[in-house]
Write a protein that binds this ligand. Structure first.
Ligand code: AMP
Length: 249
């Protein structure tokens, strides 16, 4: 079984985001970038399937600028076999990413594509679903457990108020939720080994995909700052403040 794992280079989750003064977007100058955390979970799941003898090859793919190579290398250091960079400096929306991944899937013929449920930069939560629709493959989103059977995959999904288990015929698309696994850190020897693993490069043009944006960002704003709280000395004071000052009682 061959697994394709798309990984996105995003602002590191520890970075405090700064909005550009003109509200046109987020300031990315000198900001630490890393692999989207949900994609680390996707790689980890693929590597575990390979370690369990269920998968034979893992291909990791990223769409982005030259620096996106770094997250592909991270995937290789975690245990993927081969990398692919679809190089573009354009800002790519989920639909464009899904079209590019469909083109990559046509070349690679994976049995399973494992994506993150969402990229933590723009929180779209759309690419996996769009890709499954374009490929006409079944999808199991928000996976908290993945069990590969003969010709199918059983996905336990985190849904409101509980879990749902679906069985998908392969080839299929799965997106990862937080509780699927705890990704490993790449060890230094594996980081060194990853430098020698094959990493190919292509472009949207070569894949015949138009990545022109369909969405327009109107404005980007900082979250509203919270007003300072106040301490009260007793329940009576709390009730009185809620009644008289806040007006909620
Ligand atoms: P999104 O729909 O943008 O929230 O992203 C969901 C998932 O799609 C991510 O976790 C990645 O697995 C994949 N993805 C999104 N953008 C890219 C990209 N530029 N390159 C590779 N994979 C991506």
């Amino acid at each position: 079984m061959k697994i394709l794992v798309p990984v996105k280079r995003v602002v590191d989750f520890n970075v405090k985001i700064r909005v550009k003064a003109d509200g046109s977007g987020v300031d990315l100058a000198n900001v630490k970038m890393s692999m989207n955390p949900f994609d680390e979970i996707a790689i980890e799941e693929a590597v575990r399937l390979k370690e369990a003898g269920k998968a034979s090859e893992i291909v990791v793919v990223s769409i982005g600028p030259a620096q996106a190579q770094e997250v592909v290398r991270t995937g290789l250091a975690m245990g993927a076999d081969r990398g692919l960079l679809v190089r573009t400096d354009a800002a790519v929306e989920p639909l464009a990413v899904a079209k590019l991944l469909k083109a990559v899937a046509a070349q690679e013929s994976p049995d399973l594509i494992i994506l993150g449920k969402q990229a933590i930069d723009d929180d779209m939560n759309a690419t996996g679903q769009m890709l499954a629709a374009l490929l006409r493959w079944p999808q199991g989103t928000f996976a908290s457990q993945v069990v590969v059977r003969d010709g199918s995959v059983e996905v336990t999904r985190e849904v409101d108020g509980g879990l749902q288990t679906v069985s998908l015929k392969l080839p299929a698309v799965v997106t990862t939720d937080l509780r699927l696994n705890e990704p490993r850190y790449a060890s230094l020897p594996n980081i060194m080994k990853a430098k020698k693993k094959p990493l190919a490069e292509t472009t949207p043009e070569a894949l015949g995909v138009d990545v022109a944006p369909r969405l327009e960002v109107l404005t980007t704003a900082e979250p509203v700052t919270r007003k300072a709280g106040a301490k009260v000395a007793s329940v009576e004071e709390l009730v009185s403040r809620l009644k008289n000052d806040v007006g909620v009682l």
